[in-house]
Design a protein around this ligand. Structure first.
Ligand SMILES: C[S@@+](CC[C@H](N)C(=O)[O-])C[C@H]1O[C@@H](n2cnc3c(N)ncnc32)[C@H](O)[C@@H]1O
Length: 235
């Protein structure tokens, strides 16, 4: 996913340009810190105080130059209009957040407003079109049958959350002035891996990542990926 994002950034902005990045629902700040290390000016917004604290701790371990480029805000991603002026960012990330939001259209419209013309909106969402894959491959036939016509699922934390369909989000992005520019599947082959499974050794990990990367860009595999990475561009 990071590689896909870097590819999209490289394809849109001149090399070396310091981009203004907004990461909504940044969690522990993994992407925010990675992009700050790459030289960008990053603002993270996160509603969970424990996550903000974890991100602050991780940031404190970074060199001064990186720390100076990161701003962390505890708040709701639906309230970006309270904190920032429209058009203030070149890149807006919203990764792994939409599943927790009841009215995604309002959140997305607010995020699109934050983008400068030509800016990139990067979304990572649970793929509702592939929801039957996880129960089906696990032999849970009742679960698989129930998943075909649903956008609700129970995540690994046991929370009842929402998935999104590619077609619906494509229409939403067009409607909010940030039409879909590219999309990828994420976790095509590895969604079944148990959370506690050992990370493969380096050589095998590289091959696994290469296979995932290829599947995430290839029809028809990407359509049933566990997650979708959608990139919209502000017109
Ligand atoms: C699954 S984590 C993803 C973290 C990070 N973006 C990543 O990709 O690793 C989802 C995060 O979104 C945050 N979140 C959910 N709804 C939010 C909202 N309305 N505003 C801000 N943060 C939110 C949660 O607190 C959580 O930290």
């Amino acid at each position: 996913m990071a590689r896909q994002l870097d590819e999209q950034i490289a394809g849109r902005f001149p090399v070396g340009q310091r981009l203004r990045v907004l990461d909504v629902g940044m969690g522990q700040g993994t992407q925010a810190l990675r992009l700050a290390r790459a030289g960008h000016q990053v603002t993270g917004v996160e509603q969970d105080a424990r996550m903000v604290a974890a991100a602050r701790q991780a940031l404190a371990a970074e060199p001064e130059g990186v720390r100076a480029r990161v701003r962390l805000i505890e708040g709701d991603g639906r309230d970006t209009g309270v904190h920032f002026l429209p058009g203030s960012f070149d890149v807006v990330l919203c990764h792994g957040v939409l599943m927790y939001v009841e009215d995604p259209d309002a959140l997305l419209a607010g995020l699109a407003r934050m983008l400068a013309p030509g800016g990139l909106l990067s979304l990572l969402v649970r793929n509702a079109d592939g929801l039957a894959m996880r129960p089906g491959l696990a032999g849970d036939w009742v679960g698989a049958l129930g998943a075909f016509d649903s956008t609700q699922y129970t995540n690994r934390l046991g929370l009842d959350v929402r998935a999104d369909r590619l077609g619906t989000l494509t229409a939403t992005l067009a409607g909010i002035g940030a039409p879909l520019h590219a999309w990828y599947g994420v976790r095509v082959f590895t969604d079944q891996a148990a959370d506690a499974a050992a990370v493969p050794e380096r050589g095998e990990l590289q091959t696994l990542l290469a296979a995932e990367e290829r599947a995430g860009r290839t029809e028809p595999y990407r359509r049933v990926a566990a997650l979708l990475h959608l990139c919209g561009v502000r017109g």
